[in-house]
Design a protein around this ligand. Structure first.
Ligand SMILES: N[C@@H](CCC(=O)N[C@@H](CS)C(=O)NCC(=O)O)C(=O)O
Length: 271
């Protein structure tokens, strides 16, 4: 049995926080899920799986209106909602599904705490762990603005206001990361990689998905916010750190296919 099971739509940069951490510290993580559009045809449960006829017949008892990121009803069991009171994915479970762990940063913390070997991803003492938490908290604040922005782009509901809030969140986050790395250029906390670095990479990748919507942004007279060259010029140390981390063997399996697709999208422009 795996140390942790995670149910999510796939690919999802939020779960890379856990999968990258798991590769670095020898934790066995089992992933379950499918493309975002397919999860409305899945049973949201510890034993998550594509719906069968029995699940469909239970219909009303399982169907719940979604709140964020899905414009449909979803089949969630009572057990799922007991373990995951906010009803969101990524949804992690301890062995046997007794304990639900939600919020991708907390799922990554669980992996770090289950560490068998490798770097101390959650720091060496309470002070380091708390400083790592500081970076995880600012990353969540940034992620919420990014999520709002990406969902508005997905749903063709983008406005200058939402774009402005996302730009502000991006510049605030990047300026803070640049400042942190300017005084301690190797890693965000201490002398080795921690969850702070991993979550930074995952959140920037998540935000980079705005590039999928170049055409929509242009239709609304809005500019892409995370432009690789301009961002590297404004935040050189933070982007160098990001680029270097992305090359790491624990990062490549998740990041490389994603970056290749995104690059192809950028190169294709919006012809
Ligand atoms: N901050 C959370 C975000 C989780 C979240 O908002 N998940 C959405 C999908 S993007 C969800 O599961 N929505 C299901 C629903 O609203 O029923 C994290 O990092 O895990």
């Amino acid at each position: 049995m795996a140390d942790l099971r995670i149910f999510s739509y796939i690919p999802n940069p939020r779960i890379w926080k856990a999968t990258i951490a798991a590769r670095l510290c020898g934790v066995d993580v089992e992933l379950r899920g499918a493309k975002p559009g397919q999860l409305s045809e899945w049973l949201w449960d510890y034993d998550a799986r594509p719906l069968n006829n029995v699940d469909r017949a239970r219909g009303k008892e399982l169907l719940r209106q979604s709140r964020t990121g899905f414009n449909t009803e979803l089949y969630k069991t009572d057990g799922f909602l007991a373990a995951h009171p906010f009803g969101t994915v990524p949804a992690a479970f301890g062995p046997n599904g007794d304990i639900g762990i939600f919020e991708s940063n907390s799922i990554a913390r669980a992996v770090a705490r289950l560490r068998r070997h490798g770097p101390a991803l959650y720091g060496d003492d309470p002070y380091e762990a708390s400083r790592i938490d500081s970076f995880l908290d600012v990353s969540l604040v940034f992620a919420l603005a990014g999520q709002n922005y990406l969902l508005a782009l997905n749903n063709n509901a983008i406005t200058a206001d939402i774009h402005g809030q996302a730009r502000k969140a991006f510049t605030t986050y990047m300026a803070g990361m640049e400042a942190a790395l300017s005084s301690s250029p190797s890693y965000l906390v201490g002398d080795d990689i921690t969850l702070a670095d991993i979550v930074f990479v995952a959140e920037l990748c998540s935000f980079a998905r705005e590039a999928v919507h170049l055409e929509r942004l242009s239709e609304h007279g809005l500019e892409i916010i995370f432009q690789p060259d301009a961002t590297a010029a404004s935040y050189p140390t933070a982007i160098a750190h990001f680029d270097e981390l992305c090359q790491g063997p624990a990062f490549v399996p998740d990041i490389a296919p994603f970056m290749e697709k995104l690059e192809a999208r950028r190169e294709a422009g919006f012809s």
